[in-house]
Design a protein around this ligand. Structure first.
Ligand code: HEC
Ligand code: HEC
Length: 211
């Protein structure tokens, strides 16, 4: 926490006020399941445990985080989407804010499965970065925000444990180039910007085996 605490405070402040303002209506997981089954299952699997490495596992994710991502994939009031994905941009075009809340509630209730890390030596270096960061290059420990077991801290810090390494690596690269710019106060941008490609690959491998 030593390196990260000012960042943590900033990120928490901005995002939590945003979420408070949005949480007036209660979510309906059964309605979310209908959409998930009809529209999303082909890529993310029926219970959100995607078996395709480029498509993220959604099962067990905090509901507020999933809802926020769905909002961020959509262009709002003439402004471009803060999270750029042609595929997901098309998927959310027809969803209302209530649909997004219901979908978040549905996936949060599903049990995440993990396949485990494939490259053990990469995972070893990755564990160092995950637990201790890199003091020399100013990379904070991932564990300080995403928790030691990768379960995250709702509502702001997502669950990342067991996620496909390919997807995690793609996100770190996207944060670095800011094609994904929906992280409050650029917290993930600053972190990814200080990481080497090797560290990103290693930490992604380690995270895929966390549970
Ligand atoms: C054609 C395949 C496809 C379909 C269908 C699809 N997705 Fe996705 N989804 C993806 C891909 C690929 C990504 C990663 C996008 C990126 O690189 O940022 C993604 C990312 C996401 C994320 C971000 C997860 C995270 O951890 O940040 C959410 C949430 C999501 N999808 C929900 C849905 C929902 C809900 C539906 C149905 C309405 C849906 N997806 C339909 C392919 C798909
Ligand atoms: C200071 C707090 C903080 C630290 C430290 C941190 N993160 Fe994050 N991370 C966040 C926040 C906040 C988000 C959510 C951004 C958003 O709202 O879309 C996030 C999102 C992510 C995502 C996207 C997850 C998804 O499902 O799309 C990945 C991957 C990630 N972080 C990996 C890491 C790794 C790897 C490290 C360590 C090198 C790390 N984070 C360190 C705060 C942090």
């Amino acid at each position: 926490m030593k390196v990260a605490s000012p960042l943590v405070m900033l990120a928490m402040l901005t995002v939590s006020t945003q979420i408070l303002a949005e949480s007036a209506v209660k979510a309906d997981a059964a309605k979310g399941q209908q959409i998930a089954t009809q529209v999303c299952a082909g890529c993310h699997s029926a219970d959100g445990n995607s078996v395709i490495p480029t498509n993220p596992i959604l099962a067990g994710q905090h509901p507020e985080y999933t809802t926020k991502q769905l909002m961020n994939f959509k262009a709002q009031e003439g402004k471009p989407a803060t999270r750029n994905s042609p595929i997901m941009g098309a998927m959310v075009a027809g969803l209302s804010p209530d649909d997004m809340k219901n979908i978040g509630a549905y996936y949060a209730q599903q049990t995440p499965k993990t396949t485990g890390a494939k490259d053990k030596s990469a995972a070893k270096l990755g564990e160092k970065v995950y637990r201790g960061g890199n003091i020399e290059s100013n990379v904070p420990a991932c564990a300080s925000c995403h928790s030691p077991n990768g379960a995250g801290i709702p509502p702001v810090y997502p669950r990342i444990a067991g996620q496909h390494a390919e997807y995690t690596l793609a996100q770190l690269r996207a944060f670095r180039t800011e094609s994904r710019a929906n992280d409050a106060n650029q917290v993930m941008h600053m972190i990814a910007n200080h990481m080497t490609e090797k560290e990103m690959q290693a930490v992604s491998e380690f995270i895929s085996g966390l549970r």
